[in-house]
Every structure is written in structure tokens, then in C-alpha cells.
Design a protein. Structure first.
Lengths: 229, 742
């Protein structure tokens, strides 16, 4: 599996994405500079975490208009898997590839901690290595992760089963205490209709080996390897 | 450079008030006038005033700092460069330094703290290292003080926003509340970077006729005279100094980091220096002075973001995210292409010369022409008068409260012992995906990327001990740092220091400084833990009231294999808990004394450095031999607080059952004697461990057994862990939320 990681000015989880891809797939991804309109052929495109363009406008808003994103959007529409993590998720909503927006956390503070997620489905290219309904531990690290969409969009997202992950308590309860940022319906990650685009606020690349305290994040990349090899 | 320039147009005389406003004493002014043989221009006065400020010249501290041990086989670079460097083996090295940003953070907490973090990271990547870990040591005033909540909120979000955006994990730190910081908070930021030992960059501009290059952000009027502000006391009008605080842009710094590292991979840089305090002035003086050359700058070439900036303003601006480099001739196009790619300014603004002079030209006028020798090495050095402090008279016995467990519960909910989760969860502590020990333990640990080696980092000082006795307190700061690194299984390598004190012109303050340096020196020598970098922040006083002496120590250690790292979490029911080191029950200056009597008085616990070394080497050996399942150093709050922290993190109770000897329970459980660790050991290893300690000549005592969901002790009702956790976690978020409701 050959992946491409897009690097924006201000990306800071690009190396982390590269590391996990190398560990899980055994192949180094292409690191693609945002200014290159040329995007190499890739089985998977990753939009990594960070603060693209400083996030001084709206998180992800500037990056969504960078030259390489035109090609990313075109590939996504053709069915190429695109995984947006944290800032990458914000970029995906700004391009319109995923519905809704990520607002400032309700505490108005940056939050970095492990959270429990419920894997909603395991019949997608990103989650086949998980059990459906499995409760996993993956960290978040963001200030703008408060998912919001209008009622109609939310109904469609839920109706079509597009929610990938939800914040839950340790025992799997879907309650407000388990919601770290105020996201509607505790949404932590979302697919597009076709299921090839996934945006998620948690960072699976940060808990993908035992030395870091857990391996739940690695299964996303293992799923992709299985699905795309 | 610029064609026809006029000679320096010096005024006949400068008004006395102007000289005083620049923080120069009449003697200092006479000295520079003598050096020049004429009256200085305004620009020259500005340049001299910042270079001779306490902040840049270390004029009060220099003679004492020279006495500190700075050598060792592990030391690659000691004090004198942007940061210190220690060997990590395998051709790798750690670059690190800690720096204060106290004065700006009190005046404007968000930007003050943010730019403190930005500045210290620049110091590290200037040397060619990629920053891999940040830490900080914060001192705030009393929680009851009207400004404290605002300051905590601003400082924490400033540190977080800058480090988070840079993508460098903040892996720990320490935070104290003490009314003695009401008028002067301390924000000390530390950064550790990783570099190949043969790719370290320094600041000397060696060679004549070389291009002097400016890169990074444009220059504005922010931060003018920041270094001078940081070299004076505060009074009631200090809020008016807000314009002297710089404004940070972490995004630009991230670009600057990547651009610099990209350029450093090429063989084109001769010298590089970040523009920190005193900006363009101190960076060019330092590079020229170290390279024994002159330097000539054409300010018409400096990228400015504001119009009509004068030479004076450009030379004194402390605009952030800027660097000065001296390149190999002809390398400009290659360097410029890299900086343009990262959308940063790049300008050749000057040239190195053989004149030994610092020449500043602007719009065809020579605005300054100063001998470099007078600015750097020629800065004044003072042997300020100092008096030793009267030893504190020991008060009568510290009273005992009923029941150690109920005392513990109360103590764990106090501002200084409660959980600091509210703070460190605002810092991205996992980015770079190498954090193997997160905040909340004795030391933070990041892996050396792509290896099994770990870099352990800890920041420590106990200001109340230093207030009681600056000499013993400074020894304790070094010893505790060494102990924290040891407790995770690291070999402590070296330290950086941040010396925060009051006004050195007062002999009693200078006496504290001298005592602290002597104490540090003794501890560093005894523990083979040299000083490789540091910073001094004096004049931390408001209206004549000084902070407690606060020599903050930032230590770095190496863990050969992170698989053998230790943590404080209890991991296994049935394990035995053992305290290593002697418990004598020293309650003076302890958290217990503060809680039970509302006072902190008497001498602090004495530090026996030989005992420290013996206990530490023994515990490190246990960790390396995988004989212990958890380790925690005993510090603030004493033995029972250490046990409680291990239980909370490990989510396991402890049944305490021990022989307290002749000590009353409150002294046994809450005394803050030094050189102690609590370890947990599988039950079948207990006897052997106690025997090994005896063989090593170390006191060791079994404390109890791990298991259950509570702490139990004697006849007292058990203390359920969940109740303790809620007390421990509650205070800080509740305090900070209290602010919003008002």
C-alpha cells in the first residue's frame, strides 16, 4: 500500500503519520508539499494534524484552498481513500468533502488526553480490524473539535450511518460527561457517503505501539492495509 | 554597503534623564563616554543600555556563575552558547536550556508566556537541534490574590498555544502558589532538542567580508526595551510597560524551524544566532564578538513591518521569530530559495569586517560606531556587596492533627499538592509520538526517535526551602531534579538553571544569590551533574518586596532502554511497598506545617549529598535489574503523599502497616526528609531487596501491601481511592471555573 501524506505549512503530525504508516504497512509514504499541484499516485491520502497556516483564519480554512487540495478533492470524488486526522478533519469539512464544522471546544481550552471511542461500524475500509461497537482508547489534542451540523445534516449523517466514532465513557455509555468538546451526538469521526473519506479528531497515530501506552490506533492503518493491498 | 555616508553625528551632550531612563548609572555612562571619546548618539545609547543591562550582561551574577561546575565527560557544550549540549551516545546529543520570561508574563500573561516558550525553542533550534520536549516551571501568587486566576489562565494558554502549534510536546513541569509571588510571578520555560553530535551550529561569525543575513519575521516596534524592563523592579505603574512585551507568532516560528533545519542540512552556515532579548543588537554583537570580527549593518535592508522605523527602534526591537546568520560567501541564493519556499523574509543586511567595530548605517547616516570590545566582554562586572542571611530559628514542634489519612485527604486538596491536570491537559504532550512518560510522573520521558533510548526531563526547585535557607534550598533543588530523573531509571546527565531573585543591589538579596550558587555548585559536583546552560532573572521585586530565592533547575537524563523505564503507578496487587532512605520526620518548611499552622518557618530539610547519591544509585540499579514494579521520589508532602500519588495513578489501594520507630505518625508520614524513594516490589522479592539495601548501607523499610480500593492505616477508617481522587482532582478546575462565574 502506497500512501501520500500532504504537508501544509504548519502541519506538525506529518512525521507521526509517516512513522505509523511505515510501521504498519512497511512502506514509506510520499510526503507531498502543499504547493505542489502534482499529487503522486497513491492508494491512500492522509491529511495530518497540526495548525495549517497557523489556523489564524478558521481551522483548516486556508489549507482547504491550497493548490494540492484541488487534486485531493478530485481523487476523493473518484474514490481514493482520504484520511483526515485532527486538522486534517477540519480541512475536509472546509473543502466540503465532509459535512458540518468543527467549532471551538465548549471549554474554550485546548484538550490533550486519551479518550474512549466507540467504533460504530466495522464494515468500512478503515475499521475492519475492529469489532463493531468496540470501545477503544485513542488520544485527542485540539482546541477546535466541537462538531456541529444543522439538524437536517445531522439526521442524514445518522440515517446513512456515516458516524465513524463517538466519544463514550469507559464502560461505553454515550453521555455528556464522556464528551470532551461538546460535539453533537458525541461525534468524533465521520465518513462521506461513499465511505472512502474519513475525518476524525482523535489521533490514531499516537497510540499505535505498546511503548506509547496503547495500540488501538494502529488498527485503522491495519484495516486500510488489509482493504487496499 | 551604502555609498556616501556621513560621519557619526554625535550630540554635544545627552540629558541626564535620558541616560537614567536607559537604566545606565552615571558611572556606566561615563565609562562608555570614555570609550568613545565623545558623547554617544541616541542609537548608541540604546545599544549600550541593552548590552549592559543585567539581562544581557549578567553584570551582577557573572563572577558567581563562573564558580559552578560545567564540565564532565558527557558535556559537549557548556555555558556560553545559545544552549548546552550533552552526549546521548551513538553520535546523538541533547541540546537544552531553560529561560525566564517573568516580567513580561506578569504584565501580559498570554503573550509573555507564549514568547518565553518561543524564545527558548529558538535557542535550541539555532544550534541545529529539532526541539523534542518542552517543560515549564511556574510560580504564581496566592490563589486569593485578585490577579492570580487571570495570570494562571493567560500563562497556561500562552504556553499551550505556542508549543502546541509548534508541534513540540510539553511533557511536564511544576506549578506553585505562594503569596510571596503576588507581585512577581515566575514563568520559566525549558526546551530540549535532539541533534547529531557532529552537526551542532554555533554563533561565532568567523571570517571577514562574509554576508550577514536576516531571516524570519519582519521587524516591528514591539518589545523595544524588553531587556531593560527585565532588569528593573516593578512598581504600581508597571502595567504601563505593556508595550515592551513582545507578540508571538508560533506559526511563523514553525516555518522558521523547518527552514533553518533544511538550510542546516546544507554546508553553508558559518554562524547563526537567534534574535532574542535586545534583538538585532545582541545577536550581531554576540556573533561578531565570538568570531573576533567587526560587523557593519545597513538598516535600509532590514525587513520592517511598520513604516518610518528609526535606527534606534530597529536596533532595540524584540520582534519575535527572527534569526541572524553569517553565511559562506556565494551561498545566499541557495539559502534564499529555502526561506522563500517557507514564505519567510530573507535579506542580506550587512557584512563582517576586520575593524572590530559595530557600525550601523541608516539612510546614509552612520547611526552608531562602537568598539565591539566595549559591548560584550567589556560590559561592567560588579562584585556586589552581599550579606549572609541570619539562620532561621527553629520554631517549637509542629502540632499534630488527628489521623494521618484524614490529614492526607485534606492535604491532597490544597493548591500546592492537588492535581495539575487542568494545566497539562492544555499542553499537547503526545505530538511527535515519542512521549513514553507523560506529565504527572517524576520526570517526563521522550524516546529518541527511531531508537529505544529515552530522554528524561524534570524541572525542580522548592522555593519555600530556599526562603528558609538559600544554600540548602539550592542543594535540594539540584538533588530533587537528580532524584526525579533517577526515579524513572535515567542516568542524570546535566542541568540548566534559571536563577530567579530580587534586586541584587540589596546586599541581603545578593547574599541569597551567592548562597544559592554555592549550594548548587556543591550539589552539582557531588552528583556529577554539571551546569551546561542557564539564565538569570533579577529584580523580581515589587515595591521593595522580593520573591523567595528561586533557583529553578532543569535536568536531563538518559534512559538506555525505555523498556526498562520505571513509573510511579502501582501495577500489581500483592506487591510490597518499601521506602528507601532514612525517615527522620523533618516538618519545618513542609506542606504539613503550612496546612496545620498556616506558616512556613524554620530551616528546610538538610540535604546529605552522599546519601542522595547512594540511594539514587541503588534505586537506579533496582530499575535496571527489573526488580521493582513502581518507583516514586519522596518530596512535597512526604511519604504518605508519595504513596497516595502512586495509588491514584495505579488505581490500586495500599494496606499500610509499618514500624514508625520513635517517630510520631505525623512526622513519619509527612516529614520531608530528602534522599528517599518509595518502590514497589513483588512480594517474593521483598526480603532480597531489604537485604540488598542493608548491604549497600541504606535504610529501607517495608510500608505495606498493594491491593484493594482504599488506603488503610491503623485504626483510622479506610480512605477510598475514589474519594481521594475527587479531592485531588477537584481544586484547580473549581478554582479556575470560579473565575468565570464572577
Amino acid at each position: 500500500m502506497k500512501a501520500a501524506v500532504v504537508v501544509f505549512p504548519g502541519s506538525n503530525c506529518d512525521r507521526d503519520a509517516k512513522t505509523v504508516l511505515e510501521q504498519v504497512t512497511g512502506t514509506s509514504p510520499a510526503m507531498v508539499w502543499h504547493g505542489d499541484a502534482e499529487l503522486p499516485k497513491a492508494d491512500l491520502i492522509v491529511l495530518p494534524g497540526g495548525f495549517s497556516y497557523g489556523d489564524y483564519l478558521r481551522s483548516g480554512a486556508m489549507a482547504a484552498h491550497s493548490p494540492v487540495m484541488r487534486e485531493v478533492v478530485a481523487r476523493a470524488k473518484q474514490g481514493t481513500p482520504v484520511l483526515g486526522i485532527c486538522n486534517g478533519f477540519q480541512v475536509l469539512t472546509e473543502t466540503g468533502l465532509l459535512p458540518g464544522v468543527l467549532m471551538r471546544n465548549r471549554s474554550l481550552r485546548f484538550i490533550c488526553k486519551d479518550v474512549r471511542l466507540k467504533v460504530e461500524r466495522n464494515d468500512t475500509i478503515y475499521t475492519r480490524a475492529y469489532e463493531a461497537g468496540e470501545i477503544v482508547t485513542i488520544p485527542i489534542a485540539h482546541k477546535d473539535g466541537n462538531y456541529f451540523a444543522d439538524d437536517e445534516t445531522l439526521a442524514r449523517v445518522e440515517g446513512e450511518g456515516l458516524v465513524a466514532f463517538r466519544y463514550v465513557s469507559e464502560d461505553g455509555a454515550l453521555d455528556d460527561d464522556a464528551n470532551p468538546n461538546g460535539s453533537q451526538h458525541n461525534i468524533a469521526g465521520l465518513y462521506n457517503e461513499r465511505g472512502n473519506v474519513l475525518g476524525m479528531m482523535p489521533h490514531p497515530e499516537r497510540l499505535a505501539e505498546p511503548a506509547l501506552g496503547g495500540t488501538d490506533g494502529a488498527k485503522i492503518f491495519r484495516s486500510l492495509l488489509e482493504a487496499l493491498h | 554597503m551604502s555609498e556616501a555616508t556621513r560621519e557619526v553625528d554625535a550630540p554635544d551632550e545627552l540629558p541626564e534623564e535620558l541616560i537614567a531612563e536607559h537604566g545606565l548609572s552615571p558611572d556606566e555612562y561615563a565609562r562608555i563616554r570614555g570609550e568613545l571619546g565623545r558623547t554617544p548618539t541616541l542609537t548608541e545609547l540604546g545599544i549600550v543600555s541593552v548590552m549592559w543591562s543585567e539581562h544581557c550582561s549578567y553584570k551582577s551574577s557573572r563572577i558567581w556563575l563562573k564558580t559552578l561546575p560545567t564540565d564532565g565527560p558527557q558535556v559537549i557544550q557548556g555555558p556560553g552558547e545559545n544552549a548546552g549540549v550533552v552526549d546521548l551516545g551513538d553520535g546523538q546529543a541533547a541540546v537544552f536550556k531553560m529561560e525566564s520570561h517573568n516580567h513580561p508574563s506578569y504584565i501580559e500573561p498570554y503573550q509573555g508566556a507564549a514568547t518565553g516558550v518561543g524564545g527558548i525553542m529558538r535557542d535550541v533550534f539555532t544550534m541545529g537541534a529539532r526541539p523534542v520536549a518542552n517543560m515549564n516551571a511556574l510560580r504564581f501568587g496566592s490563589p486569593d490574590h485578585a490577579k492570580t486566576r487571570h495570570l494562571v489562565s493567560g500563562v497556561v494558554s500562552g504556553i499551550g498555544d505556542y508549543g502546541n502549534c509548534m508541534g513540540v510536546p510539553t511533557i511536564g513541569g511544576e506549578t506553585n502558589f505562594d503569596a510571596r509571588y503576588d507581585g512577581n510571578i515566575l514563568v520559566n520555560a525549558m526546551c530540549v532538542g535532539l541533534v547529531d553530535a557532529d552537526r551542532i551550529f554555533k554563533s561565532a561569525a568567523r571570517g571577514v567580508g562574509l554576508p550577514v543575513v536576516y531571516v524570519g519575521s519582519k521587524t516591528g516596534r514591539d518589545g523595544i526595551h524588553g531587556a531593560t524592563m527585565a532588569s528593573a523592579e516593578f512598581d504600581d505603574a508597571s502595567a504601563e510597560k505593556r508595550p515592551t512585551v513582545q507578540v508571538g507568532d508560533p506559526f511563523t516560528e514553525k516555518l522558521l524551524l523547518e527552514a533553518c533545519l533544511e538550510l542546516m542540512a546544507e554546508d553553508v552556515i558559518i554562524g547563526i544566532q537567534d534574535m532574542g532579548a535586545a534583538g538585532l543588537t545582541s545577536s550581531s554583537v554576540e556573533m561578531a564578538d565570538k568570531g573576533s570580527v567587526g560587523i557593519e549593518l545597513d538598516l535600509d535592508k532590514v525587513p520592517c513591518r511598520e513604516e518610518a522605523m528609526t535606527a534606534y527602534e530597529m536596533m532595540l526591537s524584540e520582534s519575535q521569530e527572527r534569526m541572524l546568520m553569517v553565511l559562506k560567501p556565494g551561498a545566499e541564493p541557495k539559502a534564499e530559495a529555502i526561506f522563500k519556499k517557507w514564505e519567510l523574509d530573507f535579506a542580506v543586511i550587512g557584512i563582517t569586517t576586520d575593524t572590530g567595530r559595530f557600525v550601523i548605517k541608516h539612510q546614509g547616516v552612520v547611526e552608531a560606531d562602537l568598539p565591539l570590545s566595549a559591548l560584550a566582554d567589556g560590559a561592567p562586572v560588579y562584585e556586589r556587596p552581599w550579606v549572609p542571611k541570619e539562620p532561621q530559628v527553629a520554631p517549637k514542634e509542629v502540632p499534630a492533627a488527628d489521623g494521618p489519612l484524614s490529614s492526607l485527604e485534606a492535604l491532597m486538596g490544597t493548591p500546592n499538592l492537588c492535581s495539575k491536570r487542568w494545566i497539562w491537559e492544555q499542553y499537547d504532550h503526545m505530538v511527535m509520538a515519542d512521549t513514553v512518560a507523560r506529565p504527572g510522573g517524576d520526570a517526563g520521558v521522550v524516546r529518541v526517535h527511531g531508537t529505544n533510548k529515552g530522554i528524561a526531563v524534570s524541572c525542580d526547585v522548592t522555593p519555600r526551602y530556599c526562603a528558609g535557607d538559600a544554600f540548602e534550598g539550592a542543594k535540594q533543588a539540584v538533588a530533587e531534579c537528580w532524584r526525579n530523573l533517577t526515579a524513572v531509571g535515567a542516568d542524570p546527565l546535566a542541568i540548566t538553571d534559571c536563577m530567579n531573585f530580587g534586586n541584587p543591589e540589596r546586599p541581603e538579596i545578593m547574599g541569597e544569590f551567592v548562597a544559592a550558587v554555592k549550594g548548587m555548585g556543591e550539589a552539582c559536583t557531588a552528583l556529577s551533574f554539571p551546569v551546561v546552560s542557564g539564565n538569570v532573572s533579577l529584580y523580581n521585586e515589587t515595591n521593595g518586596v522580593a520573591i523567595p530565592p528561586t533557583p529553578a533547575i532543569g535536568g536531563v537524563g538518559l534512559i538506555p532502554d525505555v523498556a526498562k523505564m520505571a513509573g510511579l503507578a502501582l501495577t500489581q496487587d500483592g506487591d510490597a511497598l518499601v521506602v528507601i532512605g532514612e525517615t527522620k520526620g523533618h516538618l519545618l518548611q513542609s506542606r504539613y506545617q503550612e496546612w496545620i499552622s498556616g506558616k512556613l518557618e524554620g530551616p528546610p530539610p538538610p540535604v546529605d549529598l552522599a546519601a542522595e547519591r547512594k540511594a539514587g544509585d541503588f534505586v537506579r540499579g533496582l530499575i535496571r535489574d527489573s526488580r521493582v514494579t513502581a518507583v516514586h521520589d519522596v518530596s512535597d508532602g512526604g511519604l504518605l503523599v508519595a504513596v497516595a500519588e502512586m495509588a491514584l495513578v495505579g488505581r490500586r489501594g495500599v494496606k499500610l502497616d509499618t514500624d514508625m520507630g520513635d517517630l510520631p505518625p505525623h512526622r513519619f508520614w509527612f516529614g520531608e526528609d530528602q534522599a528517599r524513594y518509595v518502590v514497589s516490589v513483588p512480594a517474593d522479592g521483598l526480603e532480597a531487596l531489604l537485604r540488598a539495601a542493608e548491604d549497600a548501607g541504606l535504610p529501607a523499610k517495608a510500608l505495606g501491601t498493594v491491593g484493594g480500593e482504599a488506603l488503610t492505616l491503623g485504626d483510622e477508617p479506610p480512605l477510598p481511592l475514589e474519594a481521594l481522587r475527587s479531592t485531588y482532582e477537584r481544586w484547580l478546575p473549581a478554582y479556575m471555573d470560579g473565575g468565570r462565574e464572577k
